[in-house]
Design a protein around this ligand. Structure first.
Ligand code: GCV
Length: 721
């Protein structure tokens, strides 16, 4: 190549890099891209509406408000918007509280502001002294910040802002990410690199990432973060680490993000020099009280503790013959006077307990209803086993009217293809939230339990196990960002539809071009079902690879815990497949309220998606499609693979509508996903065929290898263990 063509190539490369929306983008900016609005009419309207930005008053949060609005507006409008403390122009954007801003106070919004509480906000179009104002008003500075992000979202998604009348407040109080991050920076079930928390360089070094993390969370209303793994290390409660935690808390505070820690139950022994961690021992209570004083001396707004106790080898009150309420209350008393809460997990099951694992949490926790302190929330996973691609809702929801139950979703994709899989999880979250528990009659949805309206809980909460790491794009797979986004948006307002959320995310992350938005949205909305089909159709569950949970492993058996094997869950034999949880089996259905128990317990009425979760079904049983169960399994597995291929086609057709860097990233991962889907389909069908003894229907693709081959696969160093 001669010098001239090298120069030309370089120019071409640079122009692609910097040309408008198609410039190279590595995903760091998440959904906060703030690209200039491409629609000329909209752009002109926005420019006319916002000539000046007035943020009166001062506080770290108001500074963040001003910075975000200036940055966002400059990007979106393609020119800087002057900021001042007084209204000088005709068309201004004014943001503040009645306390911080004379302009807001003069609008007399008290009655309206009363309806939005501490974190909510109003977006209004008003006139004052002949000047048109676009108003972001709230009772608190953090409300103003949330409102500012909402306002920017309106521009990012090309909404009309000429006549605003929005009032918004969160339905749930504690909206929290759970990081399963270890102090050595590995992340349990993390597929996006190492932990964001650079403990070694803290407290001295505040990475810009911490601030951008807090901004991203604030933009979707997440107001808390548990920094450490539930499989906890007591070291984080020592003075040295508390200083580091305090530095993070200081960085997050302007963005309304509270810090929480996991409390290792045996910490009084491990770092306190006591001989016991018995929650009823006064010395132990005194130790935790003192520890709490110390924590609050470093972090005055510390949120509280998250605890995994007596589960999967973690210590807990049962080591001393006490129950979960004894343990939770002891910690709750230590933080109560300081406004702290305890999130006590209900994810408990024991290898020594012969009863169905799906029943154990309910059996342990239901009798404790009403025995917890006011500042305890019991944190319950969406389903009774463990974040499976699809689970029926956990029977504890609705069953503890006197105890706030907090939802725990998993955002990281431990059982959902991990870092190589495109699965948009909002439909899965919504499936649980919209499920009817019938606790107080028809309409007693899980969402109403969690938001406190069903049982009048004073404390309400929702947690998402984070999928965030130090990968440049935060979540490993670019589309993992949509799950962080969806979790936050649903935590704020669970009534939003998966479609609305997907549309917002696509527009904010990529482009408003409907030729891109519509197909990508469709692809996202079908993606979770695709994964369910090629991994665990019809209610199958927990048949993943041993320990790392990557890839298929339906043959896993003979391990030291039966409830960690696959055969425990699918129970395939020559007659059929599935876990009988009806009266004739483990009777787990009886833990649901009668209308639900009747539906799930009846093979004719159970939604087909949960069929094998609740029933052991003969291979020749006719399912809704008219096919035999065996044939239906084969078709579902194949349909899953087909859906991935369809996603590939869709994505390929969009080349040029998105920058090449993100296009290639997704394209390559979809190709990996296709291979993984085929692997799942072939391995599972060949394995289950050894029981069904029936052929794979002739019109379906045949497995590429033998069962022995699939069983011999043993991926090494799978991340996230
Ligand atoms: C943090 C599953 C995961 C574990 C996780 C556990 C939990 O069992 O495989 O890695 O531990 O859930 O939620 O506590």
């Amino acid at each position: 190549m001669n010098q001239k063509s090298v120069c030309l190539l370089a120019l071409l490369f640079l122009s692609t890099l910097f040309s408008g929306s198609l410039r190279a983008e590595d995903g760091y900016k998440l959904w906060l891209q703030y690209d200039q609005v491409q629609d000329a009419t909209k752009l002109q309207a926005y420019r006319q509406t916002v000539n000046e930005l007035v943020v009166q008053g001062s506080s770290p949060t108001l500074t963040a408000v001003q910075k975000e609005l200036q940055m966002g507006l400059q990007g979106l409008l393609g020119k800087p918007v002057p900021a001042s403390k007084q209204a000088n122009q005709q068309n201004i954007l004014v943001a503040g509280t009645p306390a911080s801003s004379a302009l807001i106070k003069a609008l007399n919004l008290d009655a309206k502001l009363k309806t939005v509480g501490d974190e909510g906000y109003l977006l209004l179009t008003a006139n004052q002294n002949g000047k048109k104002q676009t108003v972001i008003a709230a009772n608190t500075d953090i409300g103003v910040l949330y409102g500012s992000f909402h306002f920017l979202r309106l521009l990012q998604t090309h909404q009309d802002i000429s006549n605003l009348s929005v009032a918004s407040a969160p339905k749930i109080k504690h909206r929290v990410l759970n990081h399963w991050d270890n102090l050595d920076r590995t992340v349990e079930r993390g597929y996006a690199g190492f932990s964001l928390w650079d403990w070694h360089r803290l407290p001295g070094y505040i990475d810009q990432r911490y601030i951008d993390y807090a901004r991203a969370n604030a933009s979707i209303g997440i107001n808390g973060t548990v920094l450490t793994n539930v499989n906890a290390n007591a070291l984080v409660l020592t003075e040295d680490y508390l200083k580091k935690v305090a530095a993070l808390a200081d960085a997050f505070r302007p963005y309304g993000l509270k810090v929480y820690l996991t409390a290792r139950f045996s910490a009084p022994i491990e770092i306190g020099g006591l001989k016991t961690a018995d929650p009823l021992d006064p010395q132990v209570q005194a130790w935790w009280n003192k520890k709490s004083d110390e924590i609050y001396s470093h972090i005055p707004d510390f949120g509280g503790f998250l605890v995994k106790a007596n589960s999967e080898g973690q210590p807990g009150p049962q080591n001393y013959g006490r129950n979960h309420a004894d343990g939770a209350n002891m910690l709750a008393d230590a933080v109560a006077g300081k406004g702290g809460i305890v999130m006590w997990r209900a994810f408990v099951y024991s290898e020594d307990e012969p009863d169905d694992r799906a029943k154990q949490a309910y059996n342990e926790f239901k009798p404790l209803d009403g025995k917890f302190r006011d500042n305890v929330l019991v944190q319950v996973k969406n389903g009774a086993i463990d974040f499976q691609p699809r689970e029926p809702f956990h029977p504890l929801f609705g069953a503890m009217p006197k105890t706030p139950l907090m939802m725990e979703f998993q955002i990281t994709q431990e059982y959902l293809g991990q870092g190589t899989t495109l699965a948009y999880l909002s439909p899965m979250y919504k499936e649980t939230l919209e499920a009817d528990t019938y606790a107080e009659g028809k309409g007693s949805t899980v969402a109403k339990v969690v938001d406190g309206t069903l049982h009048n809980y004073q404390q309400t909460g929702i947690a998402g196990v984070a999928n965030i790491g130090n990968d440049r794009n935060w979540t490993g797979h670019l589309f993992g960002q949509s799950n962080w986004y969806a979790f936050g948006r649903l935590a704020w307002n669970h009534a939003l539809s998966s479609e609305e959320i997907a549309e917002e995310w696509v527009k904010m992350t990529f482009t408003n071009d409907n030729k891109f938005v519509a197909p990508v949205k469709d692809m996202m909305l079908t993606s979770h079902e695709a994964v369910v089909n090629y991994m665990t159709p019809l209610g199958l569950h927990h048949i993943m690879g041993w320990s790392h949970h990557y890839g298929p492993g339906p043959w896993i058996k003979d391990k030291h815990r039966a409830d960690w094997t696959s055969v425990y869950y699918h129970k395939a034999d020559e007659k059929g497949i599935g876990f009988d949880r009806t009266k004739s089996g483990s009777n787990a259905v009886s833990q649901y309220f009668p209308p639900v128990a009747k539906t799930y317990g009846n093979i004719k009425k159970v939604p087909e998606k949960y069929l094998l979760w609740f029933h052991h079904v003969p291979w020749d049983y006719k399912v809704n499609s008219g096919r035999t169960l065996w044939n239906e399994l084969a078709y579902r597995y194949s349909a899953g693979v087909d859906s991935v291929r369809q996603m590939q086609k869709t994505w390929d057709s969009l080349q040029g509508k998105v920058d090449e860097e993100r296009f290639q990233h997704v394209k390559q991962l979809l190709a990996v996903q296709e291979q993984e889907a085929e692997w799942w389909r072939d391995a599972c069908l060949l394995y289950f065929q050894t029981f069904s003894k029936r052929p794979i229907p002739a019109d379906l693709e045949k497995p590429a290898h033998t069962l022995d081959y699939y069983m011999s696969l043993d991926p090494k160093f799978v991340p996230g263990i």
